[in-house]
Design a protein. Structure first.
Length: 503
C-alpha cells in the first residue's frame, strides 16, 4: 500500500460545537462533508488552551511542560525534534501554509524569533525565505488575526502581487490606517482575505506534490475564528443575532469555584497579585464590560468567520478530488483550542478549563481506512497527532514522544488508546500554573501551591455548574482522582532512550 498523504487542516480558537452537522444554527457544508465521510471524535482535547504551546505539541508529540514552549511569548527551540524529521526519513515532503506561531512577536539576542518585529514586516526577506522551518521544507506564513497590526510576511507579499497595493487600509495602526474601533464588518474584499491566500498556496502545493508523486505532510493553518471579530461582506450579515442561542451565565455558578472565576464578573477586578513577568495575562479581567448588542453580535460574526473559512476548506477538498489524491489522503480537521462567547459569563480564553475552552472539533477522514459517518467518544489529544501520523506513515515513533498512537482507534479497530487527557496552563511561572485531568466521566483541575481546585461530573453535570472540590460527599472521589492524576503525570514522562543493558 502506498504511504498516505497527510493533510492537517486547523482553525484557530474554534468552539467544539460549531459544526453544522451537529449545530443547526451554523452552516458549514464542507466540514459537514468531512463529518459524513469520516469519523468525528467528540472527546478531543488540547494540551494547552493557548496557541504557541498547543501548536508546538502538535509538531513535537510532547506536552508544553516537555517541549519548552510553555506559554504565549515563548518559543519552540529551533533544534526541537519534530514530526517532520521522522516523516522525511520515510520519504515525505512537508509544508506549512498559514499560521505558525511557534515563536513570539518579540525577539531577543538569546531567543531570536522569525515571527517578530521588525523582520515580521521585512517583505523583501519573506520573498526569499520559504524554509526550512522546524522541519517544514516549504512555508508560507502570516501572523495577524483579521486586521491586527502584525500583518506581514508572505501574506502581505501575496496582497501586493494580487494588486492590493492599498492593503494597509485594511489593517490596524501603526502598520495600517484602519479605524481601530471598527467592529464586525471588515471592509477588505473577500478576494484579498487570508482564507483565499491560504487556499491558493495550499492548492499550489497539492499540484506540486501530485506531479512529484511523493507522499506529503501539509498543514493548512487558518487564522479564524480567533478574535478580533471581523469578517468581510456578505458574511458579516449571514447570521441574525436574534436567531442565535447566546450563552448565558447561571447566577451563582462561580460561588464554589476558585476566586479568579468570580473576579471576572466584577466591574474592576484586581489581578495584580498574579502579575509575575509583567506581561499580559489572558482572561484575567472583567468579562462584564460588554454591551448586550456586542454580546449577541460577536456570536453572529464569529459564526460568519467560520462559515467563510468553511467555504475555502471546501476548495481544498475539491482540489484533492480534482487531482485524484482524495482516496490516499488522511485528513484531520481540528483547532488549537476552544473559545468562550458568553458561556459561564466568559469571553475569549484564560485559566478556565471548561469544555468550551479545552474540548475541540475533531474529524478524521481517510477513505476505506477510517469509518465514514461515524462518531466516537474515544478520548483524543492534540499531542497524539504526531505519533499517530507517524504510525500511518509506517515510520518509527521516537521514544521521547509522549502522545499516544491513535491509529487503531481512528480505523475503528480499537475502542480507545487512552483513558484520560491532560490539559496544562502555565501562563506565569508560579502564580498561574494549573493542570486538568479529564477522564471518561470526571474533570479535575489542580493549581500550583493552592488548596482550591475543581471537580466536575461531566455525566451528571455536563454544563459544569456544580464544583465538587469541597463537597464533603465527594472527598473519596477527590482522592481517587488525585491518585489518577499522579499516575497520569508519571505516565507521560518522556524517555530519552530505551534501556539497552542490565547495567
Amino acid at each position: 500500500m502506498n504511504k498516505p498523504n497527510i493533510l492537517l487542516i486547523t482553525s484557530d480558537q474554534q468552539h467544539w460545537d460549531t459544526l453544522g452537522a451537529f449545530n443547526k444554527e451554523i452552516s458549514t457544508p464542507n466540514l459537514d462533508r468531512l463529518v459524513k465521510e469520516g469519523t468525528t471524535f467528540d472527546r478531543a482535547y488540547c494540551p494547552n488552551p493557548t496557541c504557541t504551546p498547543t501548536r508546538a505539541s502538535i509538531l513535537t508529540g510532547q506536552y508544553p511542560s516537555q517541549h519548552g514552549a510553555w506559554t504565549l511569548g515563548t518559543k519552540l527551540q529551533e533544534d526541537a525534534h519534530t514530526l517532520n524529521d521522522d516523516l522525511k526519513e520515510v520519504g515525505y515532503q512537508t509544508s506549512l501554509i498559514g499560521k505558525a506561531h511557534f515563536q513570539p512577536l518579540h525577539s531577543t539576542e538569546t531567543y531570536p524569533s522569525l515571527e517578530s518585529y521588525p523582520i515580521l514586516q521585512d517583505l523583501d526577506f519573506w520573498k526569499g525565505f520559504h524554509g526550512p522551518f522546524y522541519g517544514f521544507d516549504h512555508v508560507e506564513l502570516a501572523r495577524n488575526h483579521t486586521n491586527e497590526q502584525h500583518v506581514g510576511q508572505h501574506y502581505a507579499n501575496w496582497l501586493e502581487e494580487k494588486g492590493c497595493t492599498n492593503w494597509k487600509d485594511y489593517f490596524a495602526p501603526p502598520t495600517g490606517n484602519m479605524d481601530p474601533d471598527t467592529r464586525h464588518t471588515w471592509d477588505i474584499p473577500e478576494e484579498f482575505h487570508y482564507d483565499k491566500w491560504i487556499v491558493e498556496e495550499t492548492n499550489k502545493r497539492l499540484e506540486i506534490y501530485k506531479e512529484q508523486e511523493e507522499p506529503f505532510f501539509l498543514w493548512s493553518s487558518f487564522f479564524d475564528p480567533h478574535p478580533p471579530y471581523l469578517v468581510p461582506k456578505p458574511w458579516d450579515t449571514m447570521y441574525n443575532p436574534d436567531d442565535l442561542t447566546i450563552p448565558e451565565m447561571v447566577p451563582g455558578e462561580h460561588d464554589q469555584n476558585p476566586p479568579h472565576f468570580g473576579q471576572t464578573q466584577e466591574e474592576n477586578p484586581d489581578f495584580s497579585h498574579l502579575q509575575e513577568t509583567g506581561k499580559a495575562i489572558h482572561g484575567y479581567l472583567s468579562h462584564r464590560n460588554i454591551s448586550e448588542y456586542d454580546r449577541k453580535q460577536l456570536v453572529a460574526t464569529y459564526y460568519g468567520m467560520i462559515s467563510l473559512m468553511d467555504k475555502y476548506i471546501g476548495k481544498i477538498l475539491d482540489k484533492l478530488d480534482e487531482l485524484g489524491l482524495a482516496d490516499n489522503t488522511l485528513i484531520v480537521f481540528t483547532t488549537d483550542h476552544g473559545h468562550f462567547f458568553g458561556q459561564h459569563g466568559l469571553q475569549y480564553k484564560g485559566g478556565f478549563h471548561y469544555e468550551d475552552l479545552i474540548k475541540l472539533p475533531f474529524v478524521v477522514r481517510y477513505p476505506n481506512h477510517v469509518p465514514a459517518g461515524a462518531t466516537s467518544s474515544s478520548i483524543q489529544s492534540l499531542v497524539d497527532l504526531a505519533p499517530t501520523f507517524l504510525s500511518f506513515a509506517d515510520a518509527d515513533i521516537p521514544i521521547h514522544m509522549t502522545g499516544v498512537d491513535q491509529k487503531e482507534v481512528w480505523q475503528g479497530d480499537q475502542n480507545r488508546a487512552r483513558d484520560h487527557a491532560i490539559c496544562e496552563f502555565r501562563h506565569e511561572p508560579t502564580t498561574i500554573h494549573q493542570k486538568t485531568l479529564i477522564t471518561e466521566r470526571y474533570k479535575m483541575t489542580v493549581y500550583y501551591q493552592q488548596t482550591y481546585g475543581e471537580i466536575f461530573d461531566l455525566q451528571e453535570d455536563p454544563l459544569e455548574l456544580n464544583n465538587l472540590w469541597d463537597s464533603k460527599a465527594h472527598q473519596e472521589l477527590k482522592q481517587q482522582l488525585l491518585m489518577q492524576y499522579i499516575w497520569a503525570e508519571l505516565g507521560k514522562e518522556p524517555l530519552a532512550m530505551p534501556r539497552v543493558s542490565h547495567a
